[in-house]
Design a protein around this ligand. Structure first.
Ligand code: TXA
Ligand code: MG
Length: 359
């Protein structure tokens, strides 16, 4: 039986939070809201509890988890040292959507880090998440609250769809405001390395700590065995139908998608198109979903995973999607979409230059 607690961000009901905290302290697992995506939480110091997360999600055990904390005292206990640059970043961006990878202390169980000597830590800003961690007074291990391989959950209904019956409790709350998972930055090297792009961009990080390296696995399909962040090698964010991405001059993208849509329909397939507000009326397909205004990438971020899940309800056989640039905040959107598509990306147009790329 999964217990449901309904709590809104505006009225933190401490009785319910205390009950959820108690479930976590009894080694149960509880899905809870964060500002990025919903998380599936367990006591991050208890192997037995942590193992339940991997089972409920069907997550490979070599993919390490993020520990969520509510104070810098907790950070001190979990890491070997806090490099100067990391200190600057926590001051600027915590609580918030930034995960930092540190050298771990002995306190961190091996099943959190999948045997690595580093640990990923973040202090979320969502008030329910923060009070839940404070109430338990332990770091909460929490991957995104979705079945492994599926799009992360940004609405309580997604969490119920994926995890009801598999977890002790779900905190049903407001939609995630950011909608994509946190930026992950490895601060164990002199020059920090971006392992996963998120709302906090490379440019924002560089303003605080100078040069940041970007792991190539963010742009390309990573080769198994060569990844810095184990999570990058698995299938991710995938709706039930395959996704194909088209980038280039917008007019040619529209033309290409419409031609393919017709071809697929002739083969008897149900075609979905993932578009933006500016272009959505120009497509011909069975189901056209707009991610929002291209000029407002933050609103696209907030909707992307919900749009991908929406196609499942319409039983489409194929999803043809517009692409995004790898610049600024669009890098996070482009990275998640590319992964959803297994990097099936077609550049259209004979003379594609940077200036006429969709961006
Ligand atoms: O926004 C978020 O970060 C959400 C919410 C719930 O906080 N959590 C989340 O967790 O996205 P998860 O488990 O879905 O993604 C964690 C990512 C994975 O790509 C994993 O490989 C990476 O962080 N990671 C964890 N520990 C690591 C480590 N020690 N070194 C490198 N990468 C690590
Ligand atoms: Mg995840």
């Amino acid at each position: 039986m999964t217990k449901i607690f309904t709590i809104s961000n505006n009225t933190i009901e401490m009785e319910k939070i205390k009950e959820a905290a108690q479930i976590i302290l009894n080694n149960g697992i509880v899905a809870f809201p964060t500002e990025t995506v919903y998380g599936l939480g367990a006591n991050g110091l208890e192997e037995d509890a942590i193992k339940k997360i991997f089972i409920a999600k069907g997550r490979p055990s070599d993919n390490p988890l993020i520990l969520h904390i509510s104070s810098l005292d907790m950070l001190n206990m979990l890491v070997d040292e806090i490099p100067h640059k990391a200190g600057l970043l926590t001051e600027k961006f915590w609580p918030g959507p930034l995960t930092l990878v540190f050298k771990k202390s002995k306190l961190v169980p091996n099943c959190i880090t999948a045997g690595l000597d580093t640990v990923a830590i973040r202090m979320p800003s969502n008030p329910i998440a923060l009070s839940l961690i404070r109430e338990t007074n332990v770091p909460i291990a929490a991957p995104s609250a979705n079945i492994s391989g599926r799009p992360s959950t940004t609405k309580a209904e997604h969490v119920i769809e994926d995890l009801y019956g598999k977890v002790e409790a779900i905190i049903v709350s407001d939609d995630s405001t950011i909608g994509l998972e946190s930026t992950v930055l490895d601060v164990t090297e002199d020059i920090p390395i971006l392992l996963r792009p998120g709302k906090i961009t490379v440019e924002q990080l560089e303003r605080i700590v100078g040069q940041v390296q970007v792991d190539q696995g963010i742009y390309h399909q990573s080769e198994v065995g060569k990844v810095k962040s184990p999570g990058m090698k698995y299938k991710h964010y995938a709706p039930k139908a395959p996704v194909k991405i088209f980038k280039g001059n917008i007019e040619q993208v529209i033309q290409k998608i419409n031609t393919l849509s017709k071809d697929y329909q002739r083969q008897g397939k149900i075609v979905g198109v993932l578009a933006t507000d500016e272009s959505k009326d120009r497509y011909k397909a069975d189901k056209i979903i707009s991610m929002g205004e291209r000029l407002k990438p933050k609103s696209i971020m907030a909707k992307l995973f919900d749009c991908l899940r929406e196609f499942d309800k319409h039983h489409v056989d194929i999803i043809l999607s517009e692409g995004f640039s790898d610049k600024g905040i669009e890098l996070a959107i482009s990275n998640r979409l590319n992964k959803a598509a297994g990097f099936n990306i077609t550049i259209v147009g004979p003379n594609v230059t940077t200036s006429n790329l969709l961006s």
